[in-house]
Every structure is written in structure tokens, then in C-alpha cells.
Design a protein around this ligand. Sequence first.
Ligand SMILES: Cc1cc2nc3c(=O)[nH]c(=O)nc-3n(C[C@H](O)[C@H](O)[C@H](O)COP(=O)(O)OP(=O)(O)OC[C@H]3O[C@@H](n4cnc5c(N)ncnc54)[C@H](O)[C@@H]3O)c2cc1C
Length: 380
Amino acid sequence: MATNHSFWETQQFFKGYDVLVVGAGIVGLSAALTLKAQQPNLKVAVLEAGHLPSGASTKNAGFACFGSISELLEFEKRSSAARVLELVKLRWEGLGLLRKNIGDANLEFQQCGGFEIFRSTEIRMSKLCRDKISYFNDLLASVLGADNVYCDATAKVDEFGLSDVCCMIENRLEGQIDSGKMMAALMTRVSGLGVHVFTNTTVQCIESVNSSQRVVTQHGCYETKAVIVATNAFATQLLPHLDVVPGRGQVLVTKPLPNLKLRGTFHYQDGFYYFRNVGQRVLLGGGRNLDFKAEETLQPGLSLKIQESLEALLRDVILPGTKFEIEQRWSGVMAFGEDVEPIISMIRPGLFCAVRCNGMGVAMGSGSGSQVARLALQSV
Ligand SMILES: Cc1cc2nc3c(=O)[nH]c(=O)nc-3n(C[C@H](O)[C@H](O)[C@H](O)COP(=O)(O)OP(=O)(O)OC[C@H]3O[C@@H](n4cnc5c(N)ncnc54)[C@H](O)[C@@H]3O)c2cc1C
């Protein structure tokens, strides 16, 4: 369909870019931030399909986490102690970069600790993890710059009002953020650096034309020297060969509970369930493991089976004996693959990607964006 763009619009808004970033999540916006911080004169824009950034970055639970003992144990079984160390380093440094880029106050970062809980049906697993506390404390001390990061915190179970929990392991460096504030601050930062974020703009394909890239959208074609694809779970729509599998996460939040005792971020069942306080509310998500196949989707939506399991967890473990009402429910999509590390690479000259934060984008997103921006800078 012919567009009615003026000469001015074409010259100013569609042409002459050094780098176009596709996707305004934490990765895409962090990439734009790094590009402008490194080379302020570059012409950079971000193309975002949603009215707001509509991926995982605005839908997540806001855990600033870098590894629970059960997850690290499982990963070490499949790889090695050296790879555990590398992975935790990547996440820990990523969190540091996020906090440096945005500032703790703007993120509402609170280091209230993270807790992995085990119910009375999981005594064997809880023992396995508890026995590994000193091992992981020693292994990770150099990367985290702190000793005794993990400890047995079972004695605090009653303090948080939890029920049916036989063991709880604390990670004292874990924190929580306000994901909405994080994204608003990132958008303000990039706009302040002269990066235009075009929302409601879906990239349909990216073509190489001579030595530049043509980015086709429903509003017309953009011309640029380089493109960074940061579309996470949606990545295979533009780059079908990538090992990226979507995994939908369903979340709910309660209305405020005046006597809420819960403080901090909590992981349950290998991280398949996660809950935290948001002020006096409880936010709870997960249950993807109840129906992996159905949740391997890019479609937003809720399923009765998973919502019922979330409510049962609230009733039986998190808020026993407390009346609660659900204020809001939503879903978002994560990106998974064979490896737990993100894919950050050059696809072909002028085309780059940074996708697949494996459900840990708060920790990995800033570093992934920064790394892909540095890669792209070599070609402009
Ligand atoms: C329910 C849930 C809970 C989570 N909880 C946590 C947590 O507590 N801690 C944590 O560390 N991580 C968590 N995550 C994971 C984390 O949110 C993600 O890893 C991270 O946000 C990924 O960022 P991103 O920028 O790569 O992708 P996204 O935020 O998904 O951004 C991709 C963007 O690309 C846009 N897009 C897609 N296709 C196109 C196209 N063709 N053209 C233009 N734009 C396009 C999308 O609209 C989207 O805005 C959670 C995720 C979910 C879903």
C-alpha cells in the first residue's frame, strides 16, 4: 500500500540511521543506551511492535536474582563448576550494570534477600541443597565479592507466615525491583540521548541491500547501516534458524493485605514458581511445568489449571488462614533454548541479535544489550 509520507518525514524518520534496534525490552533499550553512550553522534532508533514495550520486560516478577542452590546444582550436573561460575558472574555483573545504568532509587531496588523454599514433600531435595550451601558459598565468593551468601534460613519460615515449608535457604544478595519503573527509566534515558522509540511498529523482515539494511514495517521501510534484533521470545519470526523456544509465564497479584508478613523474593520447585511481596501485596507466578506444551506459545492468555495451582499455593503455603482477593492477572513470554546463555551474535554483516535471556533478563538484559551494541559498533 502506498504511504503518504512527506519528503521531510522520509528523510528524518526513515533514512540515515546508523543502527536500528528491533524490540524495546530491557535488551533493546540497553543496546540503544550503550550505542549512544559510546558514540553520541550516531543516529539510533528503536522499533517496537507494541503500544508499550510488550514483551517480558514489562510483564515480569521483578526478581533481581542470580541463582538458587537447586538451579545451580542442576546446571552443574549438566555442565561443570567452571560454567556455573561463568553464569553467575554474567548475571551478577549484569545486575551491577543495570543498577549503574538506572540507579537503585529509579529501580526501587531493595536487597531484602531471596529464599528458596522446600515443602514437606521435598525433604530429600531440601537435604541435597542444604548440604551444598558451603560448597556454593566457597565456589561463588570470588565472583560475588562476599562470603557466606547462602545460609539455612528455616528458622525464618514462621516470621514470613509461611506454612508447610520444611526448609528454606536464603541468598542474602538477592533483591527485588519495580519492573515498570525500570522500563520507564530506561525509556527516559534513551529518549534523553536522542533515540526515538517508534511504538506500534512491527518489523516484518530485514533485507540486505548493497551495504545497508532495509527494515520493512507496516508503516514503510527504514534504511540503516546496522540492525540489532532484540525481540527475545519472538526472535524466530525474523530469524527462523535461532534456537529460541517461547515459554509463557502466568502471574497474579493480590489486593493489599494489611498484616502481610512476607518480605523478599521466593523460589519454589526449581524456580517454576516464584513469589514476592510488592509492598503489602503478594505477586505470584509460574506453573509452566504443569503443561509445558500449552505454554510454549507467543499468545497472551491464562489457563484455568495454572491459575488454580497458583491460588492453591497462595492458600496452602503463602497466606494460610488469610482471606485474599486477586487484583490482577496477566501473562508474558520468556525465551528458552538448549543453552542457558543468551544468543549474542552477528547473523550476517550489518545484522546482529541479542535474544534468549532464559527467564533471567533482569540480571542478563543490560549486559546482553551492551555486548551486542559493542559488536554492532564495529560495523558502523
Ligand atoms: C512472567 C514473567 C516473569 C519473569 N520474571 C523475571 C524475574 O523476576 N527476574 C528476571 O530476571 N527475569 C524475569 N523474567 C524474564 C525477563 O523479563 C526477560 O528475560 C527479559 O525481560 C527479556 O528482555 P528482552 O528485552 O530480551 O525481551 P522483551 O522484553 O520480551 O522485549 C522484546 C520486545 O520485542 C518486541 N517485538 C517482538 N517482535 C517484534 C517485531 N517483529 N517488531 C518490533 N518489535 C517486536 C516485543 O513487543 C517486545 O517489547 C520474567 C519473564 C516473564 C514473562
